[in-house]
Structures are given as structure tokens and as C-alpha cells.
Design a protein around this ligand. Structure first.
Ligand code: PLP
Length: 381
């Protein structure tokens, strides 16, 4: 599967193919067994013989994702947050972590919790300000730079190549939450990142029916061995049935992502300058502050994620979400069906997200149906 000669579309499409010579099965079996018998010499038959360490369905999914991200190894977790918490567990006591001030709020909350407990020191930087990341670094003390790009929910961009050199110059590693890129449009490891993360719940699976997370590493390091050990000890690997569902979703990630991108671009262009909309935040628009980086760094579409700043305030943005008939008012993202969410309601009053922001995860429906739905909903706000 990790044959470098194959293009990523082919790797993804064949991710389900079993290497099962015995049966010729095109779809792999789901190995539900929690334990595996030893052979006549009392040697384990597989690399692991207990499901908390791994299982054959998990390894197949990990191989496919590692190949898509050009990494040497991938580790799947029972959720995105389990993967993030495990990586943060490898930060030495008292070491310094740098991350953007606006990002996926679950990650920010977890980092703040670790800071509050005195386990790490934390600097949150403003990704819209030039040089802010560099200024946040403490040479010899910063252990981990965590970035997200595009950033949830403003879809601002961070230049991965520049972030990697800055992190490395300070003696830190760079980890990138690339959930919104679907492993389709940006491959952070090729741009110098050390670890890439995806909430596989989102684009990689794409059907809103699996909770999963994945970390992929550029090279096998002592930290990576630690992450692997922690996943086993903390009991956080993805379960076999979910691995199978994830593999099934992953097969179509390129066609899904490209359709989501095309729909989102059409919607962004349509609503830019619309009388009911103060601002459309989409990296594909030339008006977006991250557009120049996006044009360089997102090679295969700008993705399906955008936000609308609705004219009015908190109540108007919420009302828009309740008036939608096709787009589903639900959290999460990266699925085949479009979702809308009022982030301030979800993140709470302490969140830096604007009151009038509605986040849209654009799916693969007909773009005209989505535009009409937003039009009728905006008309009633
Ligand atoms: C959803 C999400 C996460 C958390 O992943 P879960 O699978 O929900 O645990 C992390 N980062 C981003 C950008 C996300 O969208």
C-alpha cells in the first residue's frame, strides 16, 4: 500500500483491498477478535496478540493513512481528542507549548487545563499577526508547536514551512492539525512538519458515522515510541469495526473533498457581498486574509469549510441556523451532508469567536440547493 509509485487517489481507492491470498476477498475482513492464539512454538502469530495493542483492520487503515500523508507510521485513536491528549502527554513536565489563540476549542481547553495544573507552560499567539509565532517561541524551552491550518472557525492560514523552520530553530517539534485539509489538499509532513493530526471523524471518514483520530509521523522517534506505548497503556486504539468503516469512507476521500471544495467555492462567491451577510470567511476568496498562503499551500481545492458573519448579532446568527431546511443544524464537519453551527452557542461566552459567526461544513449536495436554502433562511433573519 505504501508503494511510492502510486498516486494518492489510487492509494485511497484501494485502501479496502485485502491482501488476503487465501480468499481473494476484495474488501478486508473485520478482525473483531480481542486476542490471538500463539503458534506451536508459543510465538505470537501477529506483531501484536491483544487488541489494545492493535489489530489487523487497524493496521490496514493506518498504512493507508500513513501513505496518504507521506509519513513513516500512523497511529489511530478512539477519537481525535484521544490522539491530541496522548501527544500532549509526551511534553516533558514544565516544558513550553505554543499554539494559535483561535483553533479547535477542545484542543485549546485541554492545553489550558494542563497549564492550570502546572504541567506545561503555554503561549497562545495571534496567527493573523506577522512574526507572532516566532515571538512566542522560547529557545531550548519550547518543546511543541501546535498549529491548525486552516484554522477553525475563521479558516485563517498558517504557513507550515515557515512554522516548521521557526519551531526547529527553537529546538521544538511542529505538529499540525490538518483536519480541514482531508489529507487531500495539503500534506504537512512534506512541508517540514514532524507530526500531522486528523480528527478522522471528519473528512477522512466523511459519513458522520465514526469517531476517530490519527497521528502520523515523519520519522520514528523516541517520542513516537512513547505515543505508541501510551496508546496501548491508556487503552485508546480505534476499535476494529470503526477501523473498517473508516477504511470504507477513506476510499472516496478525494472525490468527496473535491466536490465539497467546488460547492463551497460557489457558495462563498454567491454570498460575498450579499445584503444579509457582513462577511464570508473562506480561504478560496481573494478577500480572505489567508488567501495568499492558501493558494500556495492548498494544492487541490480550498475545502468545504467556511463561516458566514451574519448581519446582526448573536440572536440573528442563531436564527439563521434554525431556519435552514436542507443544511443540518449540527456540530462536526467533513461529511457528505452540509452542516451549520452557531459556534458561540457551542463554545460559550469566553470564546473569542464572533457572536454573529455561523460555521458551515459544505457537503456534496447540489450547490444550488444549498444556496437556495441559505437564501430562504437569511430572508427570515
Ligand atoms: C473535531 C476536531 C477535533 C477533535 O476530534 P474528535 O474526533 O471530535 O475527538 C480536533 N481538531 C479539529 C480541527 C476538529 O475539527
Amino acid at each position: 500500500m505504501s508503494d511510492g509509485a502510486l498516486r494518492p487517489e489510487t492509494i485511497a481507492a484501494h485502501a479496502l483491498r485485502a491482501a488476503d491470498e487465501a480468499t481473494g476477498a476484495v474488501a478486508p475482513p473485520i478482525y473483531l477478535s480481542s486476542t490471538y492464539a500463539r503458534d506451536g512454538n508459543y510465538k505470537p502469530k501477529l506483531q501484536e496478540n491483544y487488541v489494545r495493542n492493535g489489530n489487523p483492520t487497524l493496521w490496514r487503515a493506518e498504512e493507508a493513512i500513513a501513505a496518504l500523508e507521506s509519513g513513516t507510521s500512523a497511529l489511530l485513536f478512539a477519537s481525535g481528542m484521544a490522539g491530541i491528549a496522548t501527544l500532549l502527554e509526551t511534553v516533558p513536565p514544565g516544558a513550553h507549548v505554543v499554539a494559535p489563540d483561535v483553533m479547535y476549542y477542545g484542543t485549546r481547553d485541554w492545553m489550558k487545563r494542563l497549564e492550570g495544573l502546572g504541567r506545561i507552560t503555554l503561549t497562545l499567539f495571534d496567527p493573523r499577526q506577522d512574526g507572532a509565532l516566532e515571538a512566542a517561541l522560547q529557545k531550548g524551552k519550547t518543546d511543541l508547536v501546535w498549529i491548525e491550518t486552516p484554522l477553525n472557525p475563521t479558516w485563517d492560514l498558517i504557513d507550515i514551512t515557515a512554522a516548521a523552520s521557526a519551531a526547529h530553530a527553537a529546538g521544538a517539534i511542529l505538529a499540525v492539525d490538518a483536519t480541514a485539509t482531508g489529507a487531500v489538499t495539503t500534506n504537512p509532513l512534506k512541508l517540514g512538519a514532524d507530526i500531522v493530526f486528523h480528527s478522522a471523524t471528519k473528512y477522512l471518514n466523511g459519513h458522520s458515522d465514526v469517531l476517530a483520530g490519527v497521528l502520523v509521523t515523519r520519522e520514528e522517534t523516541r517520542r513516537w515510541a512513547d505515543i505508541r506505548m501510551l496508546r496501548t497503556r491508556m487503552g485508546a486504539p480505534l476499535a476494529p469495526l470503526d477501523c473498517f468503516l473508516l477504511l470504507r469512507g477513506l476510499r472516496t476521500v478525494f472525490v468527496r473533498y473535491r466536490q465539497c471544495s467546488a460547492n463551497a467555492m460557489a457558495i462563498a462567491r454567491y454570498f460575498e457581498g450579499h445584503p444579509g451577510v457582513e462577511r464570508v470567511l473562506y480561504p478560496g476568496l481573494a478577500s480572505h486574509p489567508g488567501h495568499a498562503i492558501a493558494a500556495r499551500q492548498m494544492k487541490d481545492g480550498f475545502g468545504g469549510m467556511m463561516s458566514l458573519l451574519v448581519k446582526g448579532g448573536f440572536e440573528d446568527a442563531r436564527k439563521l441556523c434554525t431556519r435552514l431546511k436542507v443544511i443540518v443544524p449540527a456540530t462536526s464537519l467533513g461529511g457528505v451532508e452540509s452542516l451549520a453551527e452557531h459556534r458561540k452557542t457551542v463554545e460559550g461566552p469566553a470564546s473569542p469567536v464572533p457572536d454573529n459567526l455561523v460555521r458551515l461544513s459544505i457537503g456534496i449536495e447540489h450547490a444550488d440547493d444549498l444556496i437556495a436554502d441559505l437564501e430562504q433562511a437569511l430572508a427570515g433573519v
